[in-house]
Design a binder for this molecule. Structure first.
Ligand code: NAD
Length: 353
């Protein structure tokens, strides 16, 4: 049988990606910035995601997020599960994802890859890029409400753009989770002091230069009074701050305001209740990256950043990881087909007619 109609793709596990050096937050931020510039130039297809929620109370869901990078000639999709009860109920992660990447010359897949790493790095990369433009240059204290996977990755990106961070305070629903956060992150950042706040969110946030909420809660956990003048706040989860946090902010920046209006984050709720409009939004992040809008302009500004997740950034980071893995010669080449259906010599035996 000739190989003329063979279709192959590469399968990449998380271990393949880690082994190839894909846990590289600077690479993720560079790629995200390039993708945002391509978006501004109209070189991205970015349809609305498809959402299937299985349990309204727990918000267990699987979402399908496609996007195309026209300049890279690659189309991809992230298939992502969010099961907020997983950590407490099954002692496994909340979020898991798989990516499929296809070339758009013949439309064939080129990669099927573990996507939790790329997805979590995308969330963190966007927060890091925002912090680069919006957080104080001399930020020293970062505070977290939430000690889960997104919080952990966010520390990685924040430290990359604000290496002067000296102290990390963490408060979550359970002290044990704070202990795990510290045990896993402190070896990466031996120059930082880690403080477990034993579920006291207020003490994690007050006086912090950078505040991060990354929880699976649906409640106004962060209070406006805890956000000091000059602070930068990165909001990752759903509803996790009281409305006054956004109301008192001097600038609100989103990854994409239009997308935020269709979601269920705090800003989305405020929009749906008629409390904020597009006029209250300073910029989308790509406008800071391209220099079309300014970032921080004074020491005293309180700045609020909300990212809801943009599939084209996921695809861009997934593609960069795939390319790095190929260079490192990792991954498993797999056949999708060895030939076209009716070319198979044994088709008459295998067909159930
Ligand atoms: N914005 C985005 O692009 C994006 C992307 C992925 C995930 N998310 C969201 O980020 C959130 C966190 O995801 P994760 O993967 O880190 O989940 P996770 O389950 O690993 O962590 C959730 C954390 O929230 C804490 N928490 C829950 N309720 C709390 C409360 N009442 N007070 C204090 N802490 C509380 C838990 O203790 C835990 O530390 C989820 O809501 C997820 O949907 C957002």
């Amino acid at each position: 049988m000739s190989d003329a109609h063979r279709v192959k793709f590469t399968y990449l596990s998380q271990e393949d990606l880690l082994g190839a050096g894909c846990f590289d937050i600077r690479m993720a931020m560079d790629v995200a910035e390039q993708a945002m510039l391509a978006f501004e130039e109209g070189k991205v297809l970015f349809p609305e995601k498809v959402v299937q929620i299985f349990n309204q109370a727990t918000q267990e869901r699987i979402n399908c997020l496609p996007a195309t990078l026209l300049d890279k000639k690659v189309c991809g999709v992230k298939w992502v599960s969010v099961f907020p009860m997983n950590p407490t109920r099954h002692n496994v992660q909340n979020l898991s994802a798989i990516f499929v990447l296809s070339e758009i010359e013949k439309g064939f897949p080129i990669a099927v890859m573990e996507g939790t790493l790329a997805s979590n790095m995308r969330v963190a990369a966007m927060g890091g890029i925002a912090a680069k433009h919006l957080a104080h240059e001399d930020s020293e204290v970062i505070g977290f409400i939430g000690a889960g996977e997104q919080a952990k990755m966010h520390l990685v990106s924040m430290k990359a753009v604000r290496p002067g961070l000296k102290q990390c305070r963490v408060a979550s629903k359970a002290t044990e989770e704070e202990d795990v956060f510290i045990a896993e992150l402190s070896p990466l950042f031996p120059d930082m002091e880690f403080v477990s706040l034993k579920t006291n969110a207020r003490r994690a946030m007050e006086d912090a230069d950078i505040l991060v909420t990354a929880t699976s809660a649906q409640a106004p956990l962060l209070k406006a009074a805890w956000v000091k003048p000059g602070a930068f706040y990165s909001h990752i989860g759903g509803w996790e701050d009281e409305y006054a946090v956004a109301e008192q902010a001097d600038k609100i920046v989103c990854d994409d305001w239009e997308t935020v209006t269709h979601r269920t984050q705090t800003l989305s709720r405020m929009y749906n209740e008629g409390l904020i409009t597009a006029h209250d939004i300073h910029a989308d992040l790509h406008e800071l990256v391209s220099g079309h809008k300014p970032g921080r302009e004074s020491d005293e500004e309180r700045i609020y950043f909300n990212a809801v997740g943009l599939a084209y950034i996921d695809v861009a980071i997934g593609l960069a990881m795939y390319q790095r893995a190929l260079q490192a010669n990792t991954g498993t080449p797999l056949d999708l087909q060895q030939s076209m259906i009716f070319e198979h010599a044994d088709i008459a035996q295998n067909a159930r007619l």
